[in-house]
Design a protein around this ligand. Sequence first.
Ligand SMILES: Cc1cc2nc3c(=O)[nH]c(=O)nc-3n(C[C@H](O)[C@H](O)[C@H](O)COP(=O)(O)OP(=O)(O)OC[C@H]3O[C@@H](n4cnc5c(N)ncnc54)[C@H](O)[C@@H]3O)c2cc1C
Length: 411
Amino acid sequence: MDIDLSPEYTEFRAEMREWIEANVPAGLKELANWGWQPVAGGRRGGGRLQAMADPIFHTWEERLADAKLICATWPPEFGGRGWDAVRFAVFNEELRRQGVPAVRRGMGESLVGPAIIVHGTPEQKAHFLPRIVSGQDVYCQGYSEPDHGSDLGAVETRGVVDGDEIVIYGQKVWTSGAQQANMIFVLCRTNPDVPKHRGLSYVLVPFSPENGVTVRPLRQMSGAAEFCEDFFDGARAPLFNVIGGLNNGWAPAMTTLGFERGGNATTAHLGFEQEFWDLVGVARKNGKAEDPLIRQRLAWAYTHVELMRFAGLRLLASLAGGREPGPEASVSKLFWSEYHKRFGELAIDVVGPDAMVRPDGEGYATDDWQDVFLSSRAGTIYSGTSQIQKNIIGERALGLPKEPQRDERTA
Ligand SMILES: Cc1cc2nc3c(=O)[nH]c(=O)nc-3n(C[C@H](O)[C@H](O)[C@H](O)COP(=O)(O)OP(=O)(O)OC[C@H]3O[C@@H](n4cnc5c(N)ncnc54)[C@H](O)[C@@H]3O)c2cc1C
């Protein structure tokens, strides 16, 4: 089903389809299985990472950049095209239709950029956003600490103002993509004397050993080590790098979280759909498609992907009508992550005993289905656990009584 909400978008779709056909470099489609939804959790992603280092991918990246098709929803003055959510979704559908990847700027595009757009000063937008679009600044996210994950407002990493700089001391953990990043957005405590959410700042910190940051990789059960723990021993950033103002970090932090949980809700089904049909292909080949219980579970998965599609369409229609997204972000995050965990289990059952044998290869090699199974376990933890999403849905969408705070519970 195409997202064609008006003649204007139909025309836009035709324009994008033509542009992609004319500009895809030869060999790009064959470089990797680009169709699956890229998710975190230590997923190696069917050869995507190696493919992204290939010169053919770089040619594609350059062509998209020249046409301002990277971060295209951002305002034109900062390198984007000012697209609305519908155009973004249509473009993604067209890329998917032609079996080629979008070029994304990771957490810079999906998490910190939106917070800068909403809370940054004009000078901050002009400085930081183009550097994300060009790929010069690659961000990772410094929220979680060893003792504070779900309870984000209680972070203890300190930020101390020193002249026109802020100096960071403390530890962050589970930092995805830290090894590729040269910048980190850190939520730190700049005023310990006020109630916890009011003493926080959101700071963009140069992420390098020269700036007093030590990074140690942590191995995940998938065998990958795509997240790290980071130690800040006097890391410095200009006060200019504080987004939303000193001690006002909770607001940009929540904007980032909203985009983290719901940012791709309009198009996420596309990747899950491809993955689903690939698994049906395996089941047809190895005879499992004849097993009534497997068929039942595949039907369950299919209805879930369809539900994601319809929820995405509903959200798109709402955005096209000028409404702001509401609690859809948490509903979407809860839905896809719980789905994907069960889909990973189904994949292993469809593959059968072969799923117990890892392929030969360097390190802890896994095949695509083992990779889905292992990495999908993390989906219900990162970007806010399922329990936290349920709390948000209960309190903010359904209007249920608020959860008692820790001090009220122990009083
Ligand atoms: C693959 C992966 C990548 C990650 N990447 C990043 C990253 O890049 N940057 C970053 O900052 N962090 C990252 N994280 C960390 C992630 O955000 C935290 O793990 C998550 O917020 C949970 O925090 P925690 O691990 O401290 O668990 P806790 O908060 O200690 O939770 C433990 C358990 O208690 C439950 N619980 C906690 N509070 C409540 C409550 N109020 N009501 C009901 N149940 C509750 C939780 O649901 C969970 O089951 C990543 C995690 C994973 C797994």
